[in-house]
Design a protein around this ligand. Structure first.
Ligand code: ATR
Length: 545
């Protein structure tokens, strides 16, 4: 979401003709509501004769921040765009349009949707597939199958020339005709990309006869209205496994949502609009509530004019990477929390706490600035800065670039970026902005999977592993150690030149001893603030006794 400049809601929408049937408005609106994003999602039913005018007057003028694109425009829109992402280029079709660095970009998330919904339930590696059809969606499917390391693909289409043209662009694709259809025994997976079976005159048709199906087959239909097409029904009745196009639609929409907003797609809320449900939610209610409130407090300010000499000089990173006997202590100033209630005592001041932390061995101070849920304040960064020379981490729920500029303005040294909220590409974007200001970022993860993807797909140098389970809100101090050890066994190459911070649930020096050899730093707030003698607690946790 590049262009938040005011409190006016951003406009997204579906570009199609007709567009009245589209489920995209419900899907995206559910996502916006879940995070409280100030955005609306409209239907742009634009006739071919007015498409050029639509782009000139609404898209180019940036009145629209992003578009989903559907029939008949996935290929037609290409000349209207400035840049195509690699997948869209190879597929030759775009289903997502968005602004990036002042350029109108085309991306294709159909292939991702297909890839995820297929691999969610099935391992396509080295398998043999038949793909039926050579229409608008087929190249996205072939692209995804290649990415999924499928063994071999047979491509069939009613009009063979179209299949041949399509096959030329891919390595493992061989065209077949109705006369040379392979033996069912030699096939593992059958994918329908034709429009047969779709609601309408061809609803009761399938591109292959029912007697083709065998129980070892898996059938995937990209048509999702109706949910169970004739193709899937035949397969199911023959004992084959079936995958409906609905999950592909959901996953392409989730990928699109992440591109539009930079936030993680709320899977359950989006799935619910399609009548689907997933047993596992990917983040907690409290996090959603906090972010919903956060939008209301952001003052969407523009970039500061930064002189090189005024750049922060990565004090946070440079401090934490210095080797010392015990992990560095990042001591936190946190007036209250949703799980602990009030932590400050009546006489507490930010200034005094900053001095206590500094004098007793903390290497850095984390300052919580969220007001509503943690009782913090933006001014607390300034007050801390005036009372300590050690680096300051600004801890808040960062969702907009203006919060990073604000952190810089208030002279903190680092920000917290949370994987539970931000998409990977938004994290990378924010990391680059931080870097341009000389700020550091602590990228917080919770699970092993989150940690690995951050390590693999971003340039984050400081990684937090949070011991708090966001679903239950409980903490387990051994979580850091378990995650770190698993990653060091499976992905040791990802650990080099990175700094790891253990967060949450750390109470004593004994807790720290559990992972002292792996963590460069520990972040502790609650236990220090609750301690009778905070000076002693800071000494204990920083190993400064
Ligand atoms: P496009 O984007 O090319 O307009 P589409 O509507 O996305 O096409 O896809 C239609 C696909 O369904 C094509 O593979 C089409 O086959 P042809 O290339 O032969 O047209 C296929 N299709 C549509 N109606 C069909 C039918 N009655 N029997 C078999 N295949 C059919």
């Amino acid at each position: 979401m590049e262009n938040i400049k005011s409190d006016i809601p951003l406009v997204f929408g579906i570009l199609a003709y007709p567009a009245s049937h589209s489920l995209s408005p419900a899907l995206h609106t559910a996502g916006f509501l879940q995070w409280g994003i100030p955005a609306v999602y409209k239907r742009f039913e634009i006739s071919p004769s007015t498409l050029a005018e639509f782009f000139a007057q609404n898209v180019r003028t940036q009145k629209i921040s992003g578009l989903s694109v559907s029939v008949p425009y996935k290929e037609v829109v290409l000349p209207y765009l400035d840049v195509l992402e690699d997948s869209a280029k190879k597929i030759g079709a775009v289903n997502t349009i968005f602004w990036k660095n002042g350029k109108l970009v085309g991306e294709n998330t159909d292939w991702k949707g297909f890839f995820q919904s297929l691999t969610h339930e099935y391992d396509p590696r080295e398998k043999t597939a038949v793909v039926l059809g050579a229409g608008g969606a087929t190249r996205a499917i072939l692209y995804a199958l290649e990415k999924a390391n499928i063994g071999k693909i047979f491509l069939w289409n009613r009009t063979p020339e179209k299949a041949q043209k399509c096959a030329q662009e891919f390595v493992n694709v061989q065209t077949i005709s109705s006369d040379s259809f392979p033996n069912p025994e030699d096939i593992d997976l059958v994918i329908n990309t034709t429009s047969l079976g779709m609601q309408g005159p061809h609803k009761n048709e399938s591109a292959i006869p029912k007697n083709f199906w065998k129980s070892h087959h898996t059938a995937f239909d990209i048509v999702y209205t109706p949910r169970i097409t004739k193709f899937l029904q035949d397969a199911q009745e023959s004992g084959a496994k079936i995958i409906s196009g609905e999950t592909m639609f959901l996953f392409q929409g989730m990928a699109q949502f992440e591109i539009f907003t930079g936030l993680c797609a709320p899977q359950n809320a989006m799935a619910h609009t399609l009548g689907l449900s997933f047993p596992l939610e990917n983040f907690s209610n409290i996090l959603q509530q906090i972010v919903q409130e956060k939008w209301k407090t952001i003052s969407f300010s523009s970039k500061p004019s930064v002189l090189n000499s005024l750049k922060r000089d990565h004090l946070f990173y440079n401090t934490l990477q210095k080797k010392q006997k015990n992990p560095h202590l990042i001591a936190e100033i946190k007036p209250c929390s949703p799980t602990e209630g009030t932590l400050f005592r009546n006489s507490d001041t930010i200034e005094e706490l900053a001095k206590i932390y500094t004098a007793n061995g903390a290497s850095a101070i984390s300052v919580i600035t969220d007001e509503k849920f943690f009782g913090g304040n933006i001014e607390n960064m300034r007050k801390t800065r005036e009372n300590t020379p050690i680096p300051i981490l600004r801890k808040d729920f960062i969702i907009d670039v203006s919060q990073i500029y604000e952190t810089y303005k208030y002279k903190a040294d680092a920000v917290l970026l949370m994987r539970s909220i931000l998409s990977l590409s938004r994290i990378q974007e924010f990391l680059e902005i931080c870097d341009s200001l000389g700020l550091d970022a602590l990228v917080e993860t919770h699970t092993k999977e989150e940690c690995i993807e951050v390590l693999e797909k971003t340039s984050a140098r400081i990684i937090g592993i949070n011991n708090r389970d966001f679903k239950t809100l409980s903490t387990d101090a051994s979580h850091f150690k378990n995650v770190f050890q698993e990653i060091s066994q499976t992905h040791p190459h990802l650990l080099a030149s990175r700094i790891f911070v253990a967060e949450s649930g750390i109470k004593t020096a004994q807790d720290i001893a559990l992972f002292a050899s792996n963590a460069h730093a520990v972040l502790v707030g609650t236990e220090i603030l609750k301690a009778k003698n905070r000076e002693e607690k800071v000494k204990e946790l920083s190993g400064n006794i």
